[in-house]
Design a protein around this ligand. Structure first.
Ligand SMILES: Cc1cc2nc3c(=O)[nH]c(=O)nc-3n(C[C@H](O)[C@H](O)[C@H](O)COP(=O)(O)OP(=O)(O)OC[C@H]3O[C@@H](n4cnc5c(N)ncnc54)[C@H](O)[C@@H]3O)c2cc1C
Length: 299
């Protein structure tokens, strides 16, 4: 483990293992972990954060790759978007690779990590709807070599927060060996934050379709009824194709579930207000993304 003095923070410690990093955080309770620094340094530069010390995670090789365990991949939290976008990773978890390729400009993808994307938990985090659709779990490293596991949705919903001194070590993702897609709409051409995104994951072994919609709410939304409805239409023992009208209806179902109509007025009261134009536009965007994502997953 090495330590350097800097101007931005009192010191930067560079541990070589996850347990060393946890120990460094225990020894310096005011220290903040930093991986690629793309979110953290933006907060420092904007004057929102002034960490007394930093624990850099960039030298921890055990979290920069992945390993296999019981039909799952254990993805290191230090995997960069650039690494996840490469073809060997795309062959394993295509939707996560597609999200990684869409996550900002090249310099961001080269530095930004999976763990940072999860902990920042921005509505526009591109990995998050994919992890929600995959029902991924987090393996969290704590003091004295302890490990605990929690669904990624619990962290994003704030039901189970990282405790002081804990780090995300790995993300456990099922290897489904079936089509999965991620599509993202941005407000402008080229790399940009999502205005809406949709992940669709097929799981033929359980005859399920899982879908998550990103960026339209503080955390990814799962349209569970639409998932069940479309799974019931698919001939799982046959060619698994669906008529374009069914894909379009799925898109509408997903979009209406995620961006619902305003509550109807109580009986005898004023008529229900119309969906504002911006929300209507967003709903149409989600419908198109969900229709296309399902169509690609089935083709
Ligand atoms: C110009 C720009 C464009 C961007 N575009 C996109 C985009 O299109 N899509 C997108 O999804 N994101 C985008 N981002 C956001 C950012 O790049 C990602 O969220 C990235 O994945 C963050 O990873 P990081 O390693 O840089 O995190 P860091 O900045 O190092 O850390 C972020 C937070 O996570 C904590 N942390 C990091 N790793 C761990 C860990 N293992 N355990 C516990 N805590 C940890 C840090 O303490 C910090 O609180 C963009 C950012 C910028 C600056």
């Amino acid at each position: 483990m090495t330590t350097h003095a800097t101007h931005a923070a009192q010191s930067v410690t560079l541990p070589a293992s996850l347990d060393e990093a946890v120990a460094a955080l225990a020894a310096m309770p005011a220290a903040v972990p930093v991986a690629g620094g793309t979110d953290l340094m933006a907060a420092v530069n904007d004057g929102l954060l002034r960490p007394a010390a930093l624990v850099g995670l960039g030298r921890i090789s055990e979290i920069r790759g992945w390993q296999y365990q019981d039909g799952h991949a254990l993805l290191g939290a230090g995997l960069t978007h650039a690494r996840m976008g490469r073809p060997d990773f795309a062959a394993l978890i295509p939707a996560l690779a597609a999200a990684a390729r869409a996550a900002g400009p090249p310099q961001i993808r080269n530095a930004g990590t999976l763990g940072g994307n999860i902990v920042t938990a921005a509505a526009t985090g591109d990995a998050l709807p994919v992890l929600a659709a995959l029902e991924a779990t987090l393996i969290i490293a704590g003091p004295h070599g302890t490990r605990r596991e929690t669904p990624v949705g619990h962290l994003l919903a704030g039901v189970d927060m990282l405790r002081p001194g804990e780090l995300i070590g790995f993300v456990r993702v099922p290897l489904l060996h079936a089509p999965q897609t991620f599509l993202k709409a941005t407000g402008r051409t080229g790399p940009g934050r999502a205005t809406a995104s949709v992940a669709v994951v097929m799981e033929p072994a359980r005859r399920t379709v899982r879908c998550a919609v990103g960026a339209v709410a503080p955390m990814p939304l799962r349209p569970l009824e639409a998932e069940r409805w479309v799974a019931g239409l698919i001939d799982w023992d046959g060619d698994r194709s669906l008529a374009p009208e069914a894909c379009a209806a799925f898109g509408e179902y997903v979009a209406a579930a995620c961006i619902p109509d305003p509550e109807p007025a109580p009986e005898g009261g004023a008529p229900a207000p119309a969906l504002p134009p911006a929300a209507l536009h967003l709903r149409r965007t989600v419908a198109v993304l969900a229709r296309r994502a399902l169509g690609r997953a089935l083709s």
